[in-house]
Design a protein around this ligand. Structure first.
Ligand code: ZN
Length: 183
């Protein structure tokens, strides 16, 4: 007998003393919403910029770049690499939502620098299936930024590739270092 489909799922509540991190996040959201006023914005970023960055927990993009709510699109993944899915988001960002500039932010001490494509092989050995995606591991962060800039600039789907710049964020100083696409 199959389990009936539940249409209205009650949010799961943890028993007292077994609060999870997500419970705390939901709790924080209540306080956030209590002080929240509708900013009255539409979906087009005010600064017409898309930020592509690593998911690293030490990078507070809005604070580091002086961005306010509503200013930018943020596309984050492991490494801040420009994958097909990143291009998908940037294409929608530019063609449907009016952004014109792309800033790419990789950083010192990235978790991807300690991996190789062996990760993918080991994964395949373990689960019996080869992932469709590349790990995008890298040794040279500057070169990795250059490659990402190149992928954005050469994408046939993006109409605005004149203002594409790439940087390495130093997680110890908070400072950006710009990467020359040519060197
Ligand atoms: Zn990283």
């Amino acid at each position: 007998m199959s389990t009936p489909v539940t249409r209205f799922v009650q949010p799961s509540r943890s028993a007292p003393g077994t609060e999870t991190v997500i419970d705390r996040l939901v709790e924080s959201n209540r306080a956030y919403a209590a002080g929240f006023a509708d900013p009255g914005m539409d979906a087009r970023p005010v600064q017409r910029v898309a930020v592509v960055a690593c998911m690293d927990a030490r990078i507070d993009l809005h604070a580091a770049l002086g961005l306010e709510l509503g200013d930018c699109h943020t596309v984050r993944n492991a490494g801040g690499v420009v994958t097909d899915d990143t291009i998908r988001s940037l294409t929608i960002s530019q063609r449907a939502l009016g952004t014109r500039s792309v800033i790419l932010i990789h950083h010192t001490g990235c978790g991807l620098q300690s991996l190789t494509e062996d990760f993918r092989h080991e994964l395949e050995m373990e689960v019996g299936q080869r992932p469709a995606w590349a790990v995008e591991a890298f040794a040279d962060v500057d070169q990795d930024v250059r490659q990402s800039m190149q992928r954005v600039r050469t994408s046939p789907f993006l109409p605005h590739t004149e203002d594409v710049r790439g940087f390495v964020f130093d997680v110890t100083t908070g400072l950006l270092r710009e990467i020359d696409p040519q060197s």
